[in-house]
Design a protein around this ligand. Structure first.
Ligand code: JFZ
Length: 458
């Protein structure tokens, strides 16, 4: 019996390793252990689980919490730092920070409108902060009184409406959840000049506190999964000394046991690169993507995640659209943030930018959704590329002055080339050993990014 079991386990892991799509992943303990801890997952099963997420390419991040009340200013003090960290940079004791709850009354919140804004931008999923570092639950939690239903004059659960509305409009609904918690009683700060109950980058845990806190987190995660059925759990705040890789694996396994096909980011464990199901580069696009692993770049549209009323350093629509293309061309997803106000409104400049992205996505979305990374060995001089089995999409950022677009060889021959906007007009082309020269119109139909389709044959 025992021998049989060992054989089964060995065969299982050989199968897992041989099917694992790359060396990096199989070298990583978290991904292999996690999978075997839940139950051995084959590559096909994993591909199935990741399918919707890989095809989606574009999601909305929502940082919404009590920090929207001070909105970046406390006792007259402003900062260049991010808004949701105000409890840290303004050194606000727990008892004072709690008072923001009585001022949090998002009467202008409209779930249908938020989801419509995301959907019209071309986004396929939403990731909202269920609990950020400040420890405040933005949903109706039964295991804490420090939540939106119990502690604010709003007395309602906006997350329920948002989850239902996302489902209605066909977007996946997902949660951010912080492991770092500046409000939990067993957690304290031990740093020069800091109040022991304020926010801090690093925290300490009272003896025996972690076990109790992990139980609390698990109870909240159980509520989140049972009530709102999230597609992704996006952990954060894992860099605390008291949080270990083993804790991360245990939490990963716990969450998967509650919902087998859920997707979990890497910040559940200590390794920012490979623990969990996907990597999370923040405010940056890795030059060559992340080889062999799923990944998602999260980014702000101005310089903060949580709302700050005076942050007006907005990215242009061109930058945002080109970032989305750049990320897709490297095989990643783009999680683009909005920071709603304490009244429940997405800032106007965010809405305007998302509408611009939406216009572009409406015309060019097929060059993003369900694509894989660029087939070219080096980055194109004129822009970016994505691919599908029978075609390549070229995203032209820099329009050729003489109208001749030089495309390096891509190992297949060309069936037909055309502008995505005018599929009936074949572009004149000359093939050579160096590649392809396409004759484009004199002016770019879309100066942000014009998409050229290359239908290919093997
Ligand atoms: C984290 C959060 O802290 C931040 O508030 C936001 O939610 C972002 C998406 O994720 O970003 C970090 C992570 C680590 C540090 C700072 C910001 N750090 O270690 O100083």
């Amino acid at each position: 019996m025992k021998q049989l079991m060992i054989t089964v386990i060995l065969l299982g892991s050989i199968l897992f390793f041989s099917q694992s799509n790359n060396v990096v992943r199989s070298q990583n303990l978290a991904s292999t252990d996690n999978a075997t801890l839940v139950r051995a997952e084959t590559k096909a099963e994993r591909d199935q689980r990741m399918k919707w997420w890989r095809e989606a390419r574009f999601g909305m991040f929502i940082h919404w919490g009590l920090y929207a009340v001070p909105a970046g200013e406390y006792k007259g003090k402003r900062s260049e730092r991010i808004g949701e960290w105000i409890m840290e940079w303004a050194n606000i004791p727990r008892a004072d920070y709690e008072k923001f709850a009585s001022q949090f009354n998002p009467v202008k919140f409209n779930a249908a409108e938020w989801v419509r804004i995301a959907k019209n931008a071309g986004m396929k999923y939403i990731v909202i902060t269920s609990k950020h570092h400040d420890g405040f639950a933005m949903y109706g939690s039964q295991v804490s009184k420090y939540d939106i239903v119990d502690a604010t004059p709003y007395h309602r659960d906006p997350i329920k409406e948002l989850a239902a509305e996302a489902k209605r409009q066909g977007l996946k609904f997902c949660f951010y959840y912080s492991i770092l918690d500046w409000h939990y009683p067993a957690v304290y700060v031990d740093a020069a000049g800091k109040d022991p109950t304020a926010g801090n980058r690093t925290t300490k845990m009272k003896p025996g506190g972690k076990e109790e806190y992990v139980k609390y987190m698990k109870a909240q995660l159980r509520e989140l999964i049972a009530t709102y059925d999230p597609g992704v759990l996006w952990f954060d705040g894992e860099w605390q000394d008291w949080w270990t890789e083993a804790d991360g694996k245990d939490l990963y396994r716990y969450v998967r046991s509650l919902k087998t096909d859920i997707i979990i980011n890497n910040r559940v464990g200590k390794g920012r690169e490979y623990a969990g199901d996907f990597g999370t580069p923040e405010q940056q696009i890795p030059a060559n993507g992340l080889a062999g692993v799923d990944w998602e770049s999260c980014m702000t549209m101005n310089t903060t995640w949580g709302f700050k009323f005076y942050d007006d350093k907005w990215k242009t629509p061109e930058t945002i659209i080109r970032n989305l293309i750049d990320i897709a061309s490297k095989g990643g997803n783009y999680l683009l943030n909005v920071g709603p106000t304490a009244e429940g409104q997405i800032p106007g400049p965010s809405i305007e930018r998302l509408a611009e992205v939406g216009k572009w996505m409406k015309a060019n979305g097929e060059s993003i959704y369900g694509t894989t990374a660029s087939p070219f060995a080096t980055q194109l001089k004129f822009g970016r590329a994505t691919s599908k089995p029978d075609r390549i999409y070229l995203h032209v950022f820099d329009w050729p002055a003489d109208g001749s677009l030089h495309v390096p060889a891509f190992g297949k021959s060309l069936k037909r080339g055309y502008l995505l906007a005018s599929p009936k007009t074949a572009l004149k082309s000359v093939e050579s050993s160096e590649g392809l020269v396409l004759q484009l119109p004199a002016a770019p139909p879309d100066p942000i990014a014009t998409v050229v389709v290359l239908e290919t044959k093997d």
